[in-house]
Design a protein around this ligand. Structure first.
Ligand SMILES: [Zn+2]
Length: 229
């Protein structure tokens, strides 16, 4: 799934202060250096000294800031996400909602409604994706259902046509888990940039006598996984 970047109009301009470097100039103007440096250099080609030193008296043009990103999987009402800051710029998240396709996960009956874990895990992942995108993270939604974006219904309806990045989800548990691992690894192979994390969401059932709070599993011996959890 691709995200379309939308740019605002009317470029911002400014002249550098005495002794101000490129990074400091971008920061002073409210621009994330790693996110906007290349575009700034391209926009102002031939107006730099040695090693992209700024020239006094030059009015530099700033790139239009990314103020919205589009993620159609979030659903019609939520697909345009407002970018609030660049806190997670450079970070990549692979989001997997548990179960899906022919496997509904845990099933509960509430007020005559049959509730399926996969639909709720998917909704949590949609909301997490929206939050991460609003902070400029790159997000891959691995388990996808183009019909279900963020849903505010009291009870979420069930279906079984979720895919793993477009591919049908097999019923066999090992094949199913391997398929989503492969999907993440295939993205990671081509990206490998900075901070990359996979988050898998389950809302498993417990008996009423063993009620537990939110908890996280991580790969044994993984210090980074432990820290994330
Ligand atoms: Zn589960």
């Amino acid at each position: 799934m691709t995200c379309v970047l939308l740019m605002a109009q009317n470029p911002h301009t400014d002249t550098p202060q005495q002794g101000e470097g490129l990074g400091a100039f971008l920061l002073r103007n409210g621009y994330n250096v790693s996110k906007y440096k290349d575009e700034f250099i391209k926009l102002n080609a031939n107006h730099f000294g040695k090693d992209y030193g700024l020239l006094l008296g030059v009015k530099y043009i700033f790139p239009n800031k990314v103020d919205q990103v589009e993620e159609p999987l979030l659903g019609e009402a939520n697909k345009m996400v407002t970018v609030v800051d660049d806190l997670l710029y450079g970070a990549t998240y692979y989001l997997i909602s548990g179960h899906g396709g022919p496997d509904p996960g845990a099933i509960a009956k509430v007020n005559g409604n049959e509730l399926h874990e996969d639909e709720y895990a998917y909704d949590v992942v949609m909301r997490l994706a929206k939050c991460l995108l609003s902070h400029s993270a790159k997000v891959h939604i691995i388990i996808q259902d183009p019909n279900d974006g963020i849903r505010d219904d009291a009870y979420l309806s069930n279906d079984d046509h979720e895919t793993c990045n477009g591919a049908a989800i097999p019923l066999d548990q090992n094949e199913r888990l391997q398929q989503r691992c492969d999907a993440v690894n295939n993205f990671y192979k081509t990206e490998r940039t900075g901070y990359c994390r996979t988050v898998i969401v389950h809302l498993d059932s417990r008996t009423e006598s063993t009620r537990i709070d939110v908890f996280a599993y991580y790969f044994t011996k993984s210090k980074m996984g432990q820290r994330l959890g």
